[in-house]
Design a binder for this molecule. Structure first.
Ligand code: HXC
Length: 517
């Protein structure tokens, strides 16, 4: 017989109960769906043995109609703190086995508590989301609970990194909170995000759609742009969150972590000198250019499946985190359309919040012409990108690999938008528009009255090309800082970043700007 203090024994009993979630049957159902439990997820996310739970004994406080019969410890969410790669993070993990992980007043209280602690301590905040949204039985109290979370998501944005890992059906508020965070990771065929589900849509609009086609990972990672990364399993999703945070500082007044690179800063890849085709209309793959310049295997691409004509991602160069922004000339010729502008804007601003220098590679014929784009507000969307680059005070380096026509030159981190160093490769073409188009406009009458208009246009275009479609005119007027061999890009970027390490560029005081959205 134990002679332990009965109060200690009682604590152990209550604690064990609090670990059970919604009970054996519901836990078995969760596992049968191939899903992990809330606690299993936390333990996989964090460094082993580092999790400390907060407020495990909270329960719901009842509802007016007395529909919530059973009280469960934790009220459908596990909250606390732990470490990722030795650095502290705060988190919550919703427990779908308790009222579908739905958000109650007390669940909101628990989540807000860890959000506040994350802010107060200047460390990242991670949400593991698996929830049916606002708990219907609690009415306005659950909706108010979401408002408390959204307000914190917004106010803490740009102060501490916020990551959302979507692990189940995430409806209503469970979709809106992630939309306010820095990174949204989804699991194929397991996570869904929608404001109103298939049944409501059927009732309201008559449209028949299943959850996957409405708000599955493929949809949000290729059509809507709501999510940033799609992975095949929960484990991969949790590993991705860990990887992402390794590029970021814990808060906006720290610098990102430095990782001793295995790759030599002086390395020059000779392939780069042969990568740009001699024919201007032939494509090459910008992702290959990026891989050859950054530290080996360090590219963490974001939104790889959406607006693929633009590339954004975190990388390391010389061991330091950088944000890479580029066009992909092998997709839609690297043109900037509405989605590409949105994708690049958001990424530039995230890097700027968290003191991550920006390295931009430009090869774009400019903004996408067309009625759909104009009517869709490409002016407004392109203006966001201008705004973001102009506003960003982190070190900014730009490399023009080939086309930098018109808006593409100006918007993509041009020198007088505040870029610190602008390099051009010898293949760079920097002009207001392409040579043929320029000849048509500038020499319209001359071409029309020529004996052979086609030959005349070609001759005039060639003259224009020789004058403007190269980097030498831009360099002679100071619009690019240097023309470099492509293979020199890595050492040149590393040297520039090192010289910009202590960049001081305070913005004029203001409450906040008014970015066109
Ligand atoms: C209370 C809920 C619930 C909810 C699910 N449950 N959603 N309880 N409020 N919103 C409960 C179920 O009754 C069930 O309880 C358990 O959670 C598991 O749900 P199932 O339906 O059995 O699971 P599944 O078949 O996997 O379907 C999950 C689901 C579906 C897709 C999430 O339950 C669903 O469509 N729920 C409603 C979603 C919704 O409309 N939410 C409100 C969004 S509005 P038992 O006891 O059987 O285990 C919103 C407003 C916020 O969030 C404001 C935003 C701006």
């Amino acid at each position: 017989m134990s002679n332990e203090d009965p109060r200690i024994l009682e604590l152990r009993k209550v604690r064990a109960k609090a670990q059970e979630g919604g009970g054996e049957e519901r836990n078995a159902k969760q596992h049968a769906k191939g899903k992990l439990s809330a606690r299993e997820r936390v333990n996989l996310l964090l460094d082993p043995g580092t999790f400390n739970e907060i407020e495990p004994f909270i329960t719901h406080q009842g509802d007016e109609l007395n529909l919530l019969k059973e009280k469960f410890y934790g009220d459908g969410v596990v909250t606390g703190y732990g470490q990722i790669n030795g650095r502290t993070v705060y988190l919550y993990s919703q427990d779908f086995t308790i009222y579908g992980g739905t958000l109650s007043e007390m669940q909101s209280h628990k989540i807000c508590r860890v959000m506040d602690l994350a802010l107060r301590n200047g460390v990242p905040f991670i949400s593991l989301i698996d929830s049916g949204g606002a708990r219907i039985q609690e009415g306005v109290r659950s909706m108010g609970g979401y408002a408390e979370i959204f307000r914190r998501n917004a106010q803490y944005s740009g102060v501490i990194p916020q990551v959302s890992v979507m692990l189940g059906p995430c409806a209503g508020g469970a979709a809106y909170s992630p939309a306010l965070t820095d990174l949204v990771i989804m699991v194929e065929n397991q996570s869904f995000m929608f404001l109103t589900g298939p049944e409501v849509i059927k009732a309201v609009t008559g449209e028949a759609v299943d959850a996957e086609s409405l708000g599955g990972s493929a949809v949000h990672n290729s059509i809507s742009g709501v999510a940033h990364i799609s992975v095949a399993s929960e484990r991969a999703a949790l590993e991705t969150a860990r990887k992402f945070l390794a590029y970021l500082p814990s808060n906006n007044v720290e610098n990102p972590p430095y990782i001793q690179p295995a790759d030599s800063p002086a390395r020059m890849d000779e392939e780069l000198n042969r990568i740009i085709p001699l024919e201007a209309t032939e494509a090459y793959v910008m992702r290959q250019v990026i891989e050859k310049i950054i530290d080996q295997d360090s590219f963490f691409e974001i939104q790889a499946g959406w607006a693929r004509n633009a590339i954004v991602g975190l990388a390391r160069i010389g061991g330091h985190s950088v944000g890479v922004v580029a066009q992909e000339p092998s997709i839609m010729a690297g043109v900037i359309d509405i989605d590409a502008a949105d994708k690049m804007t958001r990424f530039v601003r995230m890097c700027d919040c968290f003191n991550i220098p920006l390295v931009t590679f430009v090869d774009s014929p400019g903004f996408l012409p067309g009625i759909a784009q104009e009517h869709g507000g490409i002016i407004r969307h392109g203006a966001k990108l201008l705004y973001a680059y102009s506003e960003a005070t982190v070190p900014k380096i730009c490399v023009i690999t080939r086309k930098a026509y018109g808006g593409a030159y100006v918007v993509m981190s041009s020198k007088y938008l505040g870029t610190d160093v602008t390099y051009a490769w010898p293949s760079a073409e920097i002009a207001v528009i392409g040579a043929e188009g320029a000849a048509n406009i500038l020499f319209k009458k001359q071409i029309e009255s020529a004996a052979d208009p086609v030959a005349e246009r070609q001759k005039l275009a060639a003259e224009y090309r020789q004058k403007f479609n190269n980097p030498y005119y831009a360099a002679s007027t100071g619009y690019v800082d240097d023309i470099i061999e492509p293979r020199e890009s890595r050492p040149k970027i590393i040297a520039s970043l090192s010289a910009l390490r202590d960049k001081y560029a305070p913005a004029p005081p203001r409450k906040h700007g008014n970015i066109p959205v």
